[in-house]
Design a protein around this ligand. Structure first.
Ligand SMILES: Nc1ncnc2c1ncn2[C@@H]1O[C@H](COP(=O)(O)OP(=O)(O)OP(=O)(O)O)[C@@H](O)[C@H]1O
Length: 321
């Protein structure tokens, strides 16, 4: 598969600040690439390098050319903060932006692609946060781009809006658009991205599929049992057990073995208050690789308003006795 976006040893400096530090990425055409990192990690700066909207050191190839030379109509870019004219309706907005191109899509087909048929004649300022963001994505689609850069598209919108936007991004990807998505929501990239890259302090600390990163760096699934009991009976039953004050941690217990572990607790006559089952997520990968908790890294409140329906959030389940 051809690469739609390639960066080789890209560095971006603002004065003494190294915002992007020797980063290389390759995004196959027709895939979703998720760039994840806390505030200030360098995500927006990298997007600006890849889209040719800022100067940089290193090499970038976008659709086979230097980014500044790519026909603008082939690129869609939704910047992190983008405020279209508020007193235009969705339909007028799309028409306004479509007029900037020699060839553009039918406005109504974009309206329906982003699911805003019912709000097509509503002013932008009267849309909900999620609808506004979908309208912004729609603006990037009027020129039918081959590559779409979405810089934190769901920051600041409510859970329903996030889910709607995720569905839209999945549809775009299924239709063959290459999507380069930045986010500081682990569950977002875990759900959407074929490949994930993690940035910390401008440096790329890991890249791969979400499942490969979790398998390599995330640690194992485990059941933490709150009990004063001794570990020996569970070790005798074949579990890898670690005892610490007031708890036993059973390592390597995946979802299919929770029942076995609970049965083993009963069989051993172990009295416990509760247990918590945890499976590793990209957050554990970040912790393992940086020694820092992702959520403690200046992640905004909006990014932490997550639901428990996404795979990444399914990481923990607590059961009281
Ligand atoms: N125009 C600029 N001038 C000077 N420094 C900048 C500029 N833009 C970004 N920076 C600095 O570069 C670093 C990376 O910022 P950048 O906005 O790329 O990170 P980010 O990961 O997109 O952050 P966020 O999630 O908060 O948007 C930060 O230290 C930031 O202060």
């Amino acid at each position: 598969m051809d690469a739609a976006v390639v960066a080789e040893n890209v560095t971006k400096r603002y004065g003494d600040t190294v915002a992007v530090d020797d980063v290389s990425v390759s995004v196959p055409a027709g895939t979703v690439f998720g760039l994840i990192g806390p505030n200030g990690a360098g995500k927006t700066s990298l997007v600006r390098c890849l889209t040719g909207t800022t100067a940089y050191d290193g090499d970038v190839s976008l659709l086979g050319s230097a980014p500044e030379q790519v026909e603008r109509a082939r690129i869609g870019l939704l910047p992190q903060s983008f405020s279209p004219p508020e007193r235009l309706t969705v339909r007028e907005l799309f028409g306004y932006y479509a007029n900037l191109y020699d060839e553009a899509r039918e406005v109504d087909s974009v309206v329906s692609e982003v699911g805003l048929e019912d709000a097509a004649d509503t002013w932008y300022e009267e849309l909900s946060g999620g609808q506004q963001r979908r309208a912004c994505v729609g603006i990037t689609l009027v020129n039918d781009p081959d590559v779409l850069f979405l810089d934190e598209p769901t920051t600041g919108i409510d859970p329903t809006g996030r889910r709607d936007l995720w569905t839209l991004i999945e549809q775009l990807a299924a239709e063959g658009t290459t999507v380069f998505l930045t986010s500081h929501s682990m569950d977002e990239v875990e759900r959407l991205a074929d490949q994930v890259a993690m940035l910390a302090d401008g440096r790329m600390i890991a890249e791969g599929t979400p499942s490969a990163l979790v398998a390599e760096h995330g640690g194992d699934s485990r059941l933490v049992v709150r009990t004063e009991a001794n570990a020996d009976p569970l070790a005798d039953a074949g579990f890898r057990v670690e005892a610490s004050a007031g708890r036993l941690t059973l390592h390597g217990v995946d979802a299919t073995r929770i029942d076995d572990a609970v049965d083993a607790l009963a069989a051993a006559g172990i009295d416990y208050e509760s247990f918590t089952w945890t499976q590793p997520t990209l957050e554990d990968v970040y912790l393992e690789l940086t020694g820092r908790s992702f959520r403690g890294e200046g992640v905004t409140a909006a990014a932490t308003e997550q639901e428990s329906t996404a795979p990444g959030d399914a990481g923990t389940a607590e059961v009281e006795r």
